[in-house]
Design a protein around this ligand. Structure first.
Ligand SMILES: O=P(O)(O)OC[C@H]1O[C@](O)(COP(=O)(O)O)[C@@H](O)[C@@H]1O
Ligand SMILES: [Mg+2]
Ligand SMILES: [Mg+2]
Length: 333
């Protein structure tokens, strides 16, 4: 008889006590994200058949054209978390400001805030290339019983209690950590359940895949240019392979499985880089470190950066530890 493959629901319950604040609340929160992921996955999978591709005609606070799927995913995650009375606040790439969620009994008993990138890789939606959702969870720092404040969201990444992503690709997976390693679950669309397909995921210490948008090469700092040259010409363990999907979640996922490095540096065009610290870099950095990888802005550990704004951007280097340290050495040279 083949061995039982654990479902995500079973895994959440069985690992609840491993979590130092375990009261079942975080488990209910992850379960809500699981539900919203299935709803969004259903729409992503038929993008092209239904009127869900293309822009809505509005721009978000990032100055980006909001895609219909950005808005749809944003609504579904916020609705699902709000209706389940599980969080006291939500911040999203698609929302100008954070949303305070008052628990039905108006005494603000919920302890967690969630930060999301509802649809990551928006430029790939219309061309049928894998996209994702990214989430980050913190315990509030303001007293329970009082309205949530910006302070509850501007916590260092090292304070995260959970983080993860959903990748809508050749298969749909939910990958997350609560600080006890990283586990990946694949959705069986026929049954509608996520199964533990990738237990205890780890970045290989080394790899030969580098992911960076070389189209911006001329705008990069010298250190980044030198690292790209190193990957192309000088690395002893060549050949290196350049792979860039243009969806952070997908590039990260591949690099975690195969070994590799993802870089979105500062440039003369984007002095602080492009990616958002709170709902892109912090959750991916927490996952990377929990999977033996590393993440920095070239100089400082991402999880040690003190956030100052909800939508602030930071340069981002993330992946196999030895490769990140090599790139950092070029940045510091
Ligand atoms: O097209 P560029 O400049 O290379 O940027 C691609 C990067 O931007 C992103 O699409 C930003 O995320 P959003 O799609 O959520 O805005 C990342 O997923 C991706 O790695
Ligand atoms: Mg994104
Ligand atoms: Mg997005």
């Amino acid at each position: 008889m083949s061995h039982k493959i654990q479902t995500l629901g079973e895994f959440i319950i069985e690992n609840q006590t491993a979590f130092k604040y375990s009261s079942g609340e975080l488990s209910r929160l992850i379960n809500s994200i699981r539900l919203a992921a299935k709803v969004v996955n259903h729409e992503v999978n038929k993008a092209g058949l239904v009127d869900i591709i293309g822009a809505v005609g509005d721009t978000n606070i990032q100055g980006e054209d909001q895609q219909k799927l950005d808005v749809y995913a944003n609504e579904k995650f916020i609705q699902t978390l709000t209706k389940r009375n599980i969080v006291c606040g939500i911040a999203s790439e698609e929302e100008d400001d954070f949303i305070a969620i008052n628990s039905q009994d108006e005494n603000h008993q919920n302890k967690y805030v969630v930060l999301i990138d509802p649809l990551d890789g928006s430029s790939n939606i219309d061309v049928n290339v894998s996209v994702g959702t990214i989430f980050s969870v913190y315990r509030r720092i303001t007293p329970v019983g009082t309205p949530v404040t910006l302070k509850d969201f501007l916590q260092k990444g090292s304070q995260q209690v959970a983080a993860g992503y959903i990748i809508y690709g050749t298969s749909t997976m939910l990958v997350y950590t609560t600080g006890a390693g990283v586990n990946g679950f694949t959705l069986n669309p026929a049954i509608g359940s996520f199964y533990l397909s990738h237990p205890n995921m780890k970045f290989p210490l080394d790899g030969n895949i580098y992911s960076i948008n070389e189209g911006n090469y001329s705008h990069f700092p010298q250190g980044v240019k030198s690292y790209i040259k190193y990957c192309q010409e000088e690395a002893e363990d060549r050949p290196y392979t350049s792979r860039y999907i243009g969806s952070l979640v997908s590039d990260f996922h591949r690099n975690m499985i195969k070994g590799g490095i993802y870089i979105y540096p500062q440039s003369s065009k984007n002095p602080n880089g492009k990616l958002r610290l709170l709902y892109e870099c912090n959750p991916m950095a927490f996952l990377a470190e929990q999977a033996n990888g590393k993440a920095s802005d070239g100089f400082t550990r991402i999880l040690d950066i003190q956030p100052t704004e909800l939508h602030q951007r930071v340069p981002f280097i993330c992946g196999s530890k030895n490769m990140v340290e090599k790139a950092e050495a070029f940045m510091k040279a």
